[in-house]
Write a protein that binds this ligand. Structure first.
Ligand SMILES: [Zn+2]
Length: 351
């Protein structure tokens, strides 16, 4: 490596080396060590803490502080060419980070580090950094604009009737599934909310008589048609008011909706995005008491930025909720993909 400057500001200095291993021609080194230039030759740094050799992550060594104009990493090759991606030198041992995580920080299991990196890089390529980071209506943005809750509108694209009991069951099922994702975040890496209330504030139908209740617990929108289906009023919808202001919503900002649960008779697919989730009505009603409603979980994942996996199979990960039809529930890999979104977006919200 080139010139590095370490100052004797602390008793110990540190260096990190990032090795990768592609299971082919590029492999881990058999050993490595850090040396400093003493004016006439390179000498090993003193009191090294040890030289770990883990694949696809930074390997940290601490050693007695040294004042020098040059450092180098000396490696003995192993089974193939050595895959050294990057070296960091520190005047002091680093604070919390990939090699030294606090309990609440970014600390995925080691077997997930590589597939998570692959997924994030794939997303950056697919969505072209600017679009990925410039988009401002992820579920995250909605959640933080509200200060910790999500409001829904139900778009009932069906001629079926709905009782008050069914209305409440639909709400309960939605909230229960939604919180399977939100619970992943509680207590993790500075995420501030310990629970995320999910409210249904509106229902949209073609014909008011389909809704068999007379209380005013939800706002009801009749025959307001968009995309050939009933919808709650646009002035109340986050999708239509991404500045978070709802001056023309009859119920005011408190009755705005962030997402729609769009249930369509005979729909042959599922869709999800910043606007909400769309599922076959029959599927939703048939699975209303299911522990895991996998199609809804998958589509809510999209609302929080998670991608589909039609072409990419992350290393070692073939069955998870975001890989359609391979898992009935949220897996550990799904959880860490969600947390990775938080890691990349949280500075937006001041965390
Ligand atoms: Zn999908």
């Amino acid at each position: 490596m080139g010139a590095a400057h370490l100052v004797p500001a602390a008793d110990h200095s540190a260096a990190e080396a990032y090795f990768f291993d592609d299971d082919g021609g590029v492999r881990l080194p058999a050993s490595w060590r850090v040396q400093s230039w003493n004016g006439s030759s390179y000498v090993d740094v003193a009191e090294a803490s040890g030289y770990p050799i883990a694949a696809n992550r930074y390997n940290l060594v601490t050693f007695n502080a040294v004042s020098t104009t040059r450092l180098r990493v000396l490696m003995a090759s192993g089974a193939g060419s050595v895959g050294l991606l990057e070296v960091k030198a520190h005047a002091q041992p680093p604070g919390p980070g990939p090699t030294n995580p606090p309990s609440s920080g970014w600390n995925p299991p080691s077997n997930l580090v590589t597939p998570l990196d692959e997924v994030w890089r794939h997303q950056e390529q697919t969505y072209n950094n600017g679009n990925l980071y410039g988009f401002r209506n992820y579920g995250w943005d909605q959640l933080f604009a509200n200060g910790g809750y999500i409001n829904y509108c139900v778009r009932w694209e069906s001629s079926a009737t709905v009782t008050a009991a069914q209305r409440d069951q639909i709400h309960a099922a939605l909230a229960r599934q939604y919180n399977k994702w939100m619970d992943v975040m509680v207590g993790h890496n500075g995420f501030p909310y310990t629970e995320v209330p999910v409210r249904v504030v509106g229902w949209a139908v073609r014909d008011r008589t389909q809704l068999q209740w007379s209380d005013n617990s939800v706002d009801i929108y009749v025959n307001d048609i968009r995309e050939n289906a009933p919808q709650c009023a646009a002035p109340c919808g986050r999708f239509f008011n991404q500045n978070g202001q709802y001056p023309n919503c009859p119920g005011g900002a408190a009755r705005h909706y962030d997402q729609s649960l769009w249930l369509t008779d005979g729909f042959g697919a599922g869709h999800g995005g910043d606007w909400g989730q769309r599922l076959p009505r029959e599927y939703f009603m048939d699975n209303i008491n299911a522990t895991d409603m996998y199609a809804l979980l998958h589509e809510i994942g999209h609302t929080y930025g998670l991608d589909d996996f039609y072409e990419l199979t992350p290393t070692g990960q073939s069955r998870f909720i975001m890989k359609a039809l391979t898992s009935n529930s949220i897996t550990e890999f799904d959880r860490w993909m969600l947390r990775d979104w938080w890691r990349h977006l949280k500075s937006r919200y001041g965390y």
